[in-house]
Design a protein around this ligand. Structure first.
Ligand code: C2E
Ligand code: MG
Ligand code: MG
Length: 740
């Protein structure tokens, strides 16, 4: 999803970048146009004023020659053509830059004409008479008003010039025409009537255009007579009008466009900046995208790690639950059953403890790949944790599940050669076949788990299908747990003692055995409730109870050894010797007369803590007996390594004594082994005289069993010691109290 977003984001970013850049340039262009239009309007106003100023300038230049007593005398009083040529024509031509100049008499008759520096016949004035006439008329009108006021007399300042100017077409070309009245400088001279008028023409030619352009800094200035103006766009322009206000010509030029110029000048920089911005944005985007990709990758990794087992790469419990929920939903849709298998290795802990965790990891990896190869592609194999695996088997039927479980069990019961050595992992499998729509994944897993524990209880290395009765048993067990807790709290448990006899039939010791009579169920076998206590952490309480009772009862029988069963879990906890020491102090018992019965399983694990605890117990004065000898590994090695004093031959070896020769040979071998290791030996579960004879032949004289006595109440022990029972065969006497 993020990857798709990345592609779209790239396109969107590019588009946004493009639109942004385009609008930025467009905006700059628009503002440039607006501000340049303002500049143009201002420029046009400036030029219009400039033309007026230019005309005033021209007028000033004429005034210098016409407001002069000499001019009045030489042009008005008498007409002096030589003076006119010298002071009007030549002067205005050379210094004033005028193209034509004329002198009109008081009657407006042309007296003198000059054109392009040359004297012309006065009639030449006729070419421009119509254009000049309104101007001359203006001048005469002012003159008339002055004359009406009378002669001005001598003044300190020259009089105001009487002039009129306008633009007009002379020979079809635009020109500035001026008419100026000839006047006295300071009123010292005067004429009786009207004065002459000087008419000048300054062509708006190339020269003018150059001068005007350079004064007002205009580019491409042109002046077109109105008749020549064609349609079409013009840039900046201003109209030139004649004396009547009618347009005569148009001045146009290329307006300054500072904003546009600035825009053009800054465009490369802007493009560069945008390009840099684009590059940076692209860089950032690419970086962001690669960061996003890294994020996706790490997210995928994290997701994978969160849903998979690190060691085997198999789905973990979380993913398994998800997949199982899917399988259940599919089952509800299709109606096809789903099989769930839970598998637990039988000897994983042994491998872990013996070879270390590295070896354990290798074994788990190997098992994982074996399971993958034994299952179908569509099956889900997961590691639920430790040495526990699970399989979801879709479209299941009992036969298919049976075949799969059988294959796994036989495959895992074969030895596996790993770098650190050969191991026999073995596996117990619980299976449930789910067809009930109401069952969810958790429930299916629970059922398979329950069946797996049943397979383990039934002897491991096997598989077991879930049956609803298992739930009943489990419920009963749970109920039993609560009841046992209550019984321990209320000290409702009791101890019985089973006497142990020597070869002469004398009682030499007793084994303390715990009893619990359930208020509703009656007597509960200790093997059953002791294992419950071990599973639900009640074993410490139970152990303390039995030890305290046995220790204090031992004080009643100073000549007997009292054997007490100790759970492997208690020994492994590591602080059992402290408890035993405390109880010794509490009860005042003599540890030399207390025998602690432990089972082979404790020694099998070869645990440092166990070794130390047993050694400490031994040094405290307790003796140690190995219970149920022969049912476990019966290894010579641990018999030598641990401080054991006695072995108790398990009842299973005794049962066939007297009827099977091999049984006697086995017992004989055990006795010889004990002797060789300097260990005492006792047989338990002796029920018949034949068994006793067999034991005697094998060299075992110490006996415990129904042949002599069942477990009896503490109060009955003294009487039994005083009068030992005769061995009666075959049935044991009915016990005084129930001992089951
Ligand atoms: P165990 O320590 O091997 O105890 C011997 C068991 O064999 C006792 O069963 C005893 O009643 C039974 N037995 C004795 N003689 C004969 C015989 O001639 N024939 C037959 N068939 N059975 C005989 P019990 O009392 O049911 O105890 C079973 C197991 O429960 C014990 O086996 C022991 O492992 C455990 N247990 C009993 N009491 C305690 C206890 O106080 N603490 C612990 N931790 N475990 C105990
Ligand atoms: Mg025992
Ligand atoms: Mg036993």
């Amino acid at each position: 999803m993020i990857r798709g977003f990345g592609g779209r984001a790239a396109a969107i970013m590019a588009l946004i970048g493009l639109v942004l850049s385009a609008s930025l340039v467009g905006l700059r262009l628009y503002t440039a146009q607006i501000s340049d239009a303002n500049v143009k309007v201002r420029e046009e106003a400036l030029v219009a004023n400039g033309v007026k100023e230019w005309i005033r300038d021209i007028e000033h230049r004429v005034v210098a020659q016409t407001t002069w007593d000499e001019a009045l005398l030489n042009l008005g009083q008498t007409y002096n053509p030589a003076w006119a040529h010298e002071n009007i024509s030549a002067y205005l031509q050379d210094l004033g830059g005028f193209d034509e100049s004329y002198v009109l008499s008081a009657e407006d008759r042309p007296l003198y004409a000059m054109r392009k520096g040359r004297d012309e016949p006065p009639a030449t004035y006729g070419r421009l008479a119509t254009i000049a006439e309104p101007l001359v008329a203006n001048v005469r009108a002012v003159e008339r008003r002055r004359l009406a006021l009378g002669p001005p007399g001598v003044t300190r300042n020259p009089p105001a010039p009487v002039q009129a100017s306008a633009v007009g077409l002379v020979d079809g070309l635009p020109a500035i025409l001026s008419a100026t009245l000839v006047q006295s400088d300071f009123g010292r001279k005067s004429l009786p009537g009207k004065a002459p008028v000087v008419v000048t023409v300054a062509n708006l030619d190339m020269e003018f255009q150059r001068g005007f352009s350079s004064r007002f800094l205009l580019r491409n200035l042109h002046i077109h007579p109105v008749a020549e103006i064609g349609p079409g766009d013009v840039d900046a322009n201003t109209m030139l009008h004649d004396s009547a206000g009618a347009p005569v010509a148009r001045m146009d030029w290329t307006a300054e466009r500072p904003a546009w110029d600035l825009f053009v000048r800054t465009l490369p920089a802007m493009v560069f900046a945008l390009a840099v911005f684009g590059l940076v944005a692209a860089g950032l985007f690419l970086k962001g995208r690669s960061a996003a990709r890294a994020l996706i990758a790490s997210e995928t990794r994290a997701k994978h790690m969160a849903y998979h087992d690190h060691l085997t790469g198999l789905p973990n419990r979380a993913l398994f639950s998800e997949r199982m929920a899917q399988a259940m939903a599919e089952m509800r849709r299709s109606g096809r059953a789903v099989g769930v298998l839970v598998l637990d290795l039988d000897r994983f802990k042994l491998v872990n403890d013996t070879y270390g965790h590295g070896a354990g990891d290798e074994l788990i990896s190997d098992i994982a790949s074996r399971l993958k190869s034994l299952t179908r592609e569509s099956d889900i194999v997961a590691r639920l944790g430790g040495d526990e695996f699970a399989i979801v088997y879709a479209n299941a039927d009992p036969r298919g599940l049976w075949i799969l479980a059988n294959r796994i069990v036989s495959e895992l019961s074969r030895p596996i050669d790993l770098p650190f050595g050969r191991v026999f992992p073995g596996a117990s499998i619980g299976i449930t076949l789910v067809t009930d729509f109401k069952i969810d994944g958790d429930e299916a897993l629970r059922q398979a788990d329950l069946a797996m524990y049943r397979a383990k209880d039934a002897g491991r290395g096997r598989f077991q299908f879930y049956e609803p009765e298992m739930d009943m048993a489990l419920k009963a067990r749970l109920a039993m747990e609560g009841d046992l807790r209550e019984a321990l709290r209320a000290e409702a448990l009791t101890m019985v003692y089973q006497p142990q006899f020597d070869g002469d039939g004398q009682v030499v010791g007793v084994e303390a055995l715990v009893r619990w009579t359930h208020p509703e169920r009656g007597p509960v076998p200790p093997a059953f409730f002791v294992s419950i206590a071990e599973e639900c952490s009640l074993i410490d309480e139970l152990g303390e109870f039995t030890l305290r009772r046995a220790f204090s009862d031992s004080l009643r029988w100073p000549r007997l050894t009292v054997a007490v069963n100790v759970s492997a879990i208690q020994i492994r906890a590591g602080d059992f010797d402290r408890l035993a020491g405390r109880l010794l102090r509490e009860t005042g018992a003599d540890p030399r007369r207390i025998e602690l019965e432990i089972t082979e399983s404790i020694l099998l694990e070869d645990d440092e803590v166990t070794h130390e605890t047993l050694t400490r117990l031994r040094s405290m004065g307790f003796s140690l007996a190995l219970d149920d000898f022969g049912t476990g590994y019966s290894s010579l090695a641990y018999l030598r390594r641990y401080p054991i004093d006695k072995i108790k031959i398990d009842r299973s070896f005794i049962t066939n004594l007297g009827s099977e020769r091999e049984a006697e040979a086995v017992v004989g071998a055990i006795v010889k082994l004990a002797r060789a290791l300097n260990l005492k030996v006792i047989a338990e579960g002796v029920e018949t005289l034949a068994q006793r004879s067999g034991l005697r032949r094998a060299g075992c004289h110490s006996i415990q069993g129904f042949l002599y006595s069942p477990p009896i109440a503490a109060d009955a022990v003294e009487a039994l010691v005083a009068a030992p029972p005769a061995a009666t065969d075959p049935a044991p006497p009915i016990p005084a109290i129930p001992t089951h």
